[in-house]
Each structure stands twice: as C-alpha cells, then as structure tokens.
Design a protein around this ligand. Structure first.
Ligand code: SAM
Length: 471
C-alpha cells in the first residue's frame, strides 16, 4: 500500500503506485486539457506531484514540450539566477565488497588496481585540488567495512578541512558513501559535512536486487531508507539521484519524485539536490549491456521536468556528460557542476595513473580554468560559494532563503566574491579579464544598495589580499 509518510521503503516507493502512475501518464499523454492545466499549475512555481510530472514526461507533443522547457528556464533564472556552483569529486578508496554489476569497483573485478589513500596522499590530492581553485568537494568511496570504515572517512574529512595551502581551503565536504547507520550519520554530521549524497541507482526493487546481487548494498530497503536515517542522524541536506540507464526512465522519474515527496512529508524538508548521472563505460563495464540508456533529448526533458517538479532542489551534473550535453541542459535547471574531475583514487596528484583505478570514463576532460572560462562566455557566474552551510542555512532554513526571494542579495554577491577569489589566485590571464568584467556588470544587479556597497568593498579587499567573505 502506498503511503508517502511511511518509513518503509516499499510503502513510500510503492511499486503499484508507480505502475498506476505510469498507466495514468500513458492514458493522458495526449490529454491537452489536462496537460495545459498541469503546465498552468507548474507556472505557479510550487512544484508538481509525481503523477502530474509523469504525465508531462509521457507527453510527446512538441509545442507542450517547448512550453515545459521555457518554464524550466524561467524557474531556473528566478530561483538560481545565472550562478553555477562548482565542485570536484575526491575518490578516497576503491575497495568495495559489493557486487554492483555496472560499477568497476565490484568485488569480483580482479584487474582493477585497489587503492586507498593514506592521510599523506589525501593531503596531496587536496593541495592539487586547492591549486586548481576548488573550495567544495564530494568525497567518494566504495563500501568496505574493513578497508573504509567510518573512522577512515572521518579521518579523511578532518584532514581535508585542515589543509590550508597558499590561499586555498576546502570549505565544504559533501559525502557520497554507502548507506549506513544513524549513529554513523551522526558522526558525519559532527565532522561538519555538507550534503550527504546517495544515489538510489534504481527505484525498481526487483531490478535493484538483480543489479546488486551480492554485498550489503543488495538490501533494497536498507539502501532506500538511508536518507531517513541520515536525517534522523541530524543531516538535513541530502542529495538524491538515479543512475539513468539501469531501468526505464519513466519508472525512475516517478520513484525519484516520490522519494522527494516522502522526505518532505516525514522530515518537513525535501532533498537539497538531485543528481542525474547516466551510466558510462568503465573497466569491465559495457554501458551497452544496459538497454535502458536514454537519448540526450530525453535526458534534457528529464532535467527540465525535475526543475519544474521540485523548484527548490538543486540539480547536479557531473563530468560523465560532455561539454555539448552540459551546455544543452545548463539553462534547463542545473545549479551545480563538477570541473576537471578525476574519478580515480589519487588521480589529482597522479593524473598519469588515471586508468588504473578510475570509476568511469570522464566525458568532459577540460581544466577547471577552461570550464570557468566557458561558463562565463555562456553568461553564467561560476560560483565557489559555500556560505549557506557555514552560516547554518541548511535544510528548511535554506529553503526559507530560497522562498524569501532574498537570494539575489545573498547568493549573488557570494558568487561574485568567491569568483573574485578564484580570479585572483588561480585563473589564467584571459579568464581573469573576462571575470573582472563580468563581476563589474553583475555587481549592478544586486537589488539592495547596502549589500551592493558591502560586496563592492569586499571585492576590493579580495584584490588587496583578504579572503573568505560571505553574506
Ligand atoms: N559506493 C557508494 C555507494 O555504494 O553508494 C557510492 C559511491 S560511488 C563511488 C558513486 C556513484 O557512481 C554510484 O552511486 C553510481 O551511481 C555511480 N556509478 C557507478 N558505476 C558507474 C558507471 N559505470 N557509470 C556511471 N556512474 C557510475
């Protein structure tokens, strides 16, 4: 039985409800009257339910899809402006006891080199990341209670936050590790993490079990209920995601929104972010073996619909996607992207060893400077901001800021100040020139005169060598 506020995975991600949703969507995909009413509701910018959004996903009428894309762009502009937050993944260890059939870290893969960073190596990776200009990381690790226990992850987080190399600092560490206990989530919270990210991979229980045949991750309920435990442990920024390509995208989309609705119903706050990874080639893995892969057009439609259905949830796109695809979906609602990512353990300090330990092929191989330059040429402000969580604006407090319309007086100047830091410390000459001009123009767009004055002053102070201002 479907119950949005149940704490049981099979009730809040109820298979029968998803099947009924898909049937309803299929039956109504040409129902113009309904589709128009859904688009009208979406224009209120308060989101859509999984049933409503699924009808729009099923709809293939070109004019209606165009309306949806236009609306996604509008929402993105109103809620997130032209800021794009930058981050990089940091792989700590590829030891893993699970059997995920799509991931090269699976236990039975004997030709991948296993590696776990020592604290000295973590330090080297972090310095390499700081020297590029990164301020925000997502740490990644396989699941292995012996090699990567929670103590190891906590020690790495401590090391990462402690390193202050030149003007560099990692100011926010997000964590993408396997589902764990409330107690461990509490420890992660105490260690000062930002978002806890865990991809569901697939919401389809039967497929989930087949795709994770062995290891602790096999337990669908334990994995699906992880976000509830994380929130119980005090983490109020959680990030959802589906690995597109494993199962039918319509099923996954309905499941993803039901998960978001569930978190809102139980904890009073929806997911902080949604990631949209697509399966990639990797050692021992042929993406062609997964026949649910989605085209770039469907991918764009999914991004637009996520933006419209959950306007308050940030959307993350990784370097799994090429420059071209990223360019296509950025305006549709993406708020965070990674840059210059290495998906191998130790890959920042030793890029030449990339192929030995990496998790998947990276499509966008540009340097961070190239990505920053490209974003600015497209009219975006690359932001290295980490202010919200450091000011305690997490969970519903972050949502309140979003809903208050004060973003332009807060996130906008923060983006400009952190971009200025990047330009002073790490940018190439061309990027610097482009950025300084952009900052000058964008400062004018801060609505409050007072905030504008303070931000302008801080930007001058950054030039003079000061760092780390925030609203
Ligand atoms: N090991 C952790 C867990 O069990 O949840 C998560 C960390 S894992 C390094 C990060 C994510 O990479 C996985 O959740 C999965 O969705 C994704 N991934 C694994 N293999 C992939 C592939 N071949 N292509 C693209 N993404 C992949």
């Amino acid at each position: 039985m479907y119950r949005v506020d149940s704490l049981k995975a099979e009730e809040f991600i109820c298979h029968e409800e998803i099947e009924a949703t898909l049937q309803y969507a299929e039956e109504n995909k040409n129902n113009i009257e309904l589709i128009d009413s859904l688009l009208k509701k979406a224009r209120e910018k308060k989101g859509l339910t999984h049933r409503e959004a699924s009808v729009l996903l099923a709809c293939e009428i070109p004019e209606k899809i165009q309306e949806l894309f236009t609306l996604a762009k509008e929402i993105k502009e109103e809620f997130y402006g032209n800021r794009i937050v930058m981050f990089a993944p940091l792989y700590l260890s590829n030891y893993c006891v699970n059997g995920c059939v799509y991931c090269p870290y699976h236990l039975k893969n004997k030709h991948i080199a296993r590696k776990k960073l020592t604290q000295e190596e973590v330090k080297k990776e972090v310095i390499a990341l700081q020297d590029m200009g990164h301020k925000r990381l997502a740490i990644e690790a396989g699941e292995d209670p012996v090699n990567n226990p929670i103590e190891y992850i906590l020690e790495c987080i401590k090391t990462i936050y402690s390193i202050k190399h030149k003007n560099g600092a990692i100011r926010r560490v997000n964590v993408n590790i396997a589902a764990t206990t409330v107690e461990n989530y509490r420890k992660l919270k105490e260690a000062g993490i930002g978002t806890y990210i865990l991809f569901q991979e697939t919401y389809h229980k039967e497929s989930y079990e087949a795709l994770h045949p062995t290891g602790p991750k096999h337990d669908y309920a334990y994995h699906t209920e992880a976000m509830d435990r994380a929130m119980e442990g005090g983490i109020d920024d959680v990030g959802l995601g589906v690995l597109f390509g494993l199962e039918g995208y319509k099923y996954e989309f309905a499941g993803l929104l039901m998960h978001a609705e569930h978190l809102e119903a139980v904890h009073g706050v929806g997911p902080h972010t949604i990631s949209v990874p697509r399966i990639k080639h990797a050692d021992d893995i042929d993406p062609g073996a997964f026949d649910n892969s989605i085209s770039d057009d469907i991918f764009a439609k999914l991004c637009a619909l996520i933006r419209v259905a959950v306007p308050y949830t940030g959307m993350i796109i990784s370097t799994r996607e090429s420059k071209e695809v990223r360019e296509k979906v950025l305006p549709l609602g993406v708020s965070q992207i990674s840059g210059a990512s290495r998906t191998s353990v130790g890959g920042y300090d030793h890029p030449e060893r990339e192929k030995e330990t990496e998790q998947f092929d990276v499509s966008d191989q540009r340097t961070l400077d190239e990505v920053v330059n490209w974003l600015m040429k497209l009219g975006y402000i690359p932001s290295f901001c980490t202010a919200c969580y450091r000011e305690g604006r997490t969970g519903d407090r972050f949502m309140t800021l979003l809903k208050s319309g004060q973003i332009q007086n807060c996130c906008h100047p923060n983006a400009l100040m952190t971009l200025k830091e990047y330009l002073e410390d790490y940018a190439s000459e061309e990027t610097r020139k482009l950025g300084l001009k952009l900052i000058e123009e964008e400062l004018k767009k801060i609505p409050s005169e007072k905030v504008r004055e303070v931000a302008t002053q801080h930007i001058y102070e950054i030039q003079e060598g000061k760092r780390d201002f925030r609203f």
